[in-house]
Design a protein around this ligand. Structure first.
Ligand code: AMP
Length: 241
């Protein structure tokens, strides 16, 4: 994806007079789909890739959590489903994703983190990415490790900083290093819900591996390594396209 970084920068060069139609011809829309179970590190990698590729991260989990916080209609519908570790219905998801992808920052491409999660969502996405370069990367981590990562995760409700009691604890237990706020555990990171999320992943999302393999779009990374090492491999995949 970063191979066309120069093309991407066209819009922000002093040559601002280029018409959008000209730019469209030069810039292939690139769509990166990060697959992988909950806790694999999709969000962490997506955040790093924003700087590398200039594309926005589209995290459906973050969008839903935001809707829950703001008590929107979507948030009210999603809240119970999310805290039970289930998937929000496809029609709701497809509606919010369609709306988000229509925004101008997605014109040159985007990084999907947490979508698609079902075959129906994948088919829906296919209709939106016609003509785009699509790259699918599955980050693989074994289940015992996922449970440790998810159950150890703590989040600062004020600034969104993420900690892990096992791997990256805050300096003072339970408090955010940056702002001192009391850290919280996501309701769906409780152990009983983690088991359900992993089972939902196996049943509903893992079939996407075969789906994308059949379409020749599939790549796999060992996610049981340091964040930087995984990121380097991810860049190699994107640059080889
Ligand atoms: P995440 O932060 O990606 O782990 O997502 C948290 C929760 O949001 C999931 O366990 C689901 O309940 C819901 N969710 C996020 N993305 C999707 C999706 N593509 N389809 C259905 N539900 C989703």
């Amino acid at each position: 994806m970063s191979a066309d970084r120069t093309t991407l920068s066209v819009g922000s060069t002093p040559d601002g007079s280029r018409r959008a139609a000209d730019r469209k011809q030069e810039t292939m829309q690139t769509v990166l789909i990060l697959l992988g179970p909950p806790g694999a590190g999709k969000g962490t990698q997506a955040k790093r890739l924003i700087a590398e590729t200039g594309r926005p991260q589209i995290s459906t989990g973050d969008m839903l959590r935001d809707a829950v916080r703001r008590h929107t209609e979507l948030g009210r519908k999603a809240k119970g489903i999310m805290s039970a570790g289930q998937l929000v219905p496809d029609d709701l998801m497809e509606g919010i994703v369609r709306e988000r992808l229509e925004q101008s920052d997605c014109r040159d491409g985007y990084i999907l983190d947490g979508f698609p999660r079902t075959l129906s969502q994948a088919e829906f996405l296919r209709t939106l990415t016609d003509g785009a370069q699509v790259v699918v990367v599955n980050i693989q981590v074994d289940e015992a490790e996922l449970v440790k990562r998810l159950s150890g995760r703590r989040v600062c409700p004020e600034d969104g900083q993420i900690y892990n009691v096992h791997y990256s604890p805050p300096r003072q237990a339970g408090k955010c290093d940056r702002c001192g706020s009391q850290l919280v555990q996501r309701p769906d990171d409780r152990e009983e819900v983690i088991a359900e999320r992993l089972s939902v992943y196996r049943r509903q999302t893992a079939p996407l591996i075969e789906y994308y393999k059949q379409r020749g779009l599939y790549h796999e990374l060992n996610g049981d390594r340091g964040v930087g090492e995984i990121f380097e491999d991810l860049k190699k995949i994107l640059n080889s396209r």
